[in-house]
Design a protein around this ligand. Structure first.
Ligand code: NAD
Ligand code: 3PG
Length: 530
């Protein structure tokens, strides 16, 4: 398959893609129509922060299965649009954390000791020793806005350099902060207490512009470091604050617009130290994120779960072999249930019984939804199925019980319309052979495969022969069948036929003309993962 790489990543990542047999096409700095052309037949796309992965791109990328972000920030990727198109978005959240934290520390020192300014003057032949009087970090307070992976790493490093740490992060627990020796405080208090303020949030509608003139005034001196995302700190406000002495200095690695325009106000302020988004630019970090991203792209293209998927159920690698066979089983049960059910589906319940109930089942449930929606001809996969259910107001629930009667594990998909419902239950024989063992309360033993006929009939002599004859008249061969009775002889029964061919609509009508038949439904599982 074709994997398009539009921002430079380490060779180790490109090698992994090629080793897996994929065609790797690198097209750096492409944009607009050229980017859309390049991605039109790509199955995988790998980017860093330099590519705008927009809704238009997803429109153009009809074959796309996954966008891999070789790094952390995904503000350049329209994840909503990806989900709508059933495209997985995955990042590499661990690989460059140390690099980003080290760069943050370096930038703080660079600003506090005027290293770049003194460096330039000395290179120009000027011994400006008397012009610089720096600030030590020891004994000062570090304010951290966003105590996630990078923020925590930065806090640890400055803690060991003798700083007191306060942090603002509404989504992190007190306990974790305490472990790091940090005190969680409100935002304004964080700004007020900080001698050094370091920003480590993602860029979101909530964080965009969260630090501007008023917030910088709360600091009333000290240094601000932004190695997270441009746009979190208002650039014009920061430039003015440093220029007017509200702050002593700042260090900025990331900009609202990159590459940064020469008239960006931060570039012209003496006490603002800048780098061109170098936080992740170490060889170790680049190798880490490139290989981790490539591995995820390879997994997605092989139909396997992706470790750091941001818009699809992700699965622990060690648990995957245990849940993998149930992914196809749940999809099949969903497909059968929706084709047998007469109502308009407004509820879907997926029931896990036995050993499987002990596993993380998000991906199995997503596959069950995919199975329910596929016969309705919705363009669906396990990425967008939960979203589709939500958008259509379909109530999805999961139930787990540790008991599974006579089976080791059972997965049941029940579809309903609020009044009636129908359940199809499957298991795996010998841990791998899918079997449907209950349909609408009947105990069956049916191999879910290709073309099937499910008939409900009165348990009368000759009815099975009659069905065989009618199918035979239109050359539909019966490959196998299973008959189940709910009650005593003469009552209702259900028969599942595995067929070699499709059943024409008028053949179904002919079957139903016989009084002994209550219902006859043709079901197709073609295209299903079995
Ligand atoms: N300069 C670089 O090259 C570089 C390298 C790596 C990461 N980054 C950026 O650094 C940032 C942090 O990365 P990370 O891996 O630590 O992410 P993370 O998701 O682990 O941590 C982000 C933290 O921000 C917190 N947060 C979210 N909204 C917040 C808000 N409104 N107020 C306060 N806190 C909020 C979250 O709770 C979380 O703890 C990201 O923007 C990432 O893109 C930049
Ligand atoms: O979010 C990130 O991982 C960093 O900002 C690195 O971005 P880059 O891969 O474009 O250097």
């Amino acid at each position: 398959m074709k994997v398009l790489v539009t921002d430079p990543i380490a060779d180790a990542g490109l090698d992994r893609l090629r080793e897996a047999g994929h065609e790797v096409v690198t097209a750096y700095d492409v944009e607009g129509d050229d980017l859309f052309d390049a991605v039109s037949d790509a199955h995988g796309l790998i980017v860093r922060s330099g590519t705008d992965v927009s809704a238009e791109l997803f429109e153009a990328a009809e074959e796309l299965v996954i966008v891999g972000r070789a790094g952390i920030g995904v503000d350049n990727i329209d994840i909503e649009a990806a989900t709508d198109h059933g495209v997985i978005v995955a990042n590499a959240p661990e690989g460059n954390v140390r690099a980003a934290a080290e760069h943050t520390v370096a930038m703080a020192f660079a600003a506090a000791r005027s290293i770049p300014q003194a460096h330039v003057r000395l290179k120009d032949g000027e011994w400006a020793k008397g012009d610089y009087l720096g600030t030590e970090v020891n004994g000062k307070t570090l304010g951290v806005v966003g105590l996630g992976r990078v923020g925590q790493e930065v806090a640890k490093k400055f803690d060991s350099l003798g700083m007191d740490i306060v942090a603002f992060d509404p989504y992190i627990g007190e306990e974790r902060a305490t472990q790091l020796g940090a005190e969680l405080v409100e935002f304004d208090e964080c700004m007020e207490q900080a001698d050094f303020l370091t920003v480590h949030t993602p860029l979101t509608p909530e964080t965009e512009g969260m630090i501007s003139t008023d917030e910088l005034e709360l600091m009333g001196g000290g240094y601000l470091v932004n190695c997270a995302r441009g746009g979190v700190v208002d650039e014009a406000a920061l430039a003015t604050a440093v220029e007017e002495g509200v702050l002593d200095g700042a260090a900025v690695d990331v900009f609202a617009e990159e590459p940064v325009s020469p008239d960006n106000p931060l570039l012209s302020v003496e006490n603002v130290v800048v780098t061109p988004h170098l936080g992740a630019s170490t060889s170790a970090a680049q190798e880490n994120v490139a290989t981790s991203t490539a591995d995820q792209v390879v997994a997605a293209l092989a139909g396997e779960p992706v470790m750091n998927a941001l818009n699809a159920p992700s699965v622990d690698e060690s648990a995957f072999p245990r849940i993998e066979p149930y992914i196809g089983l749940a999809e099949t049960a969903g497909r059968i249930a929706t084709q047998l059910f007469d109502g308009r589906v407004s509820e879907i319940e997926v029931v896990y019984e036995g050993d499987i109930a002990e596993e993380g089942v998000d991906l199995i449930t997503a596959s069950a939804l995919k199975g329910v929606f596929t016969p309705l001809e919705w363009q669906v996969n396990a990425v967008n199925a939960p979203r589709m259910a939500e958008e259509r107001g379909i109530d999805v629930s999961e139930t787990k019980t540790m008991q599974a009667e006579d089976f080791q594990s059972l997965v049941t998909v029940r579809v309903g319309d609020g009044e009636d419902s129908l359940a199809v239950c499957g298991t795996l024989f010998a841990g791998e052979d899918p079997r449907i063992v209950r349909i609408d309360g009947y105990r069956v033993d049916a191999i879910p495969h290709g073309h099937m006929l499910v008939a409900r009939n009165y348990d009368k002599p000759g009815v099975i022969g009659f069905i065989g004859t009618v199918l035979g008249e239109v050359d539909v061969n019966i490959a196998g069948m299973f008959n189940a009775r709910r009650a005593a002889p003469g009552g209702e029964a259900l028969t599942v036929y595995n067929l070699d061919d499709e059943v024409p609509e008028d053949t179904l009508q002919k079957l139903l003309e016989d009084d002994r038949l209550i219902e006859a439904k043709y079901i197709t599982l073609n295209g299903t993962v079995e």
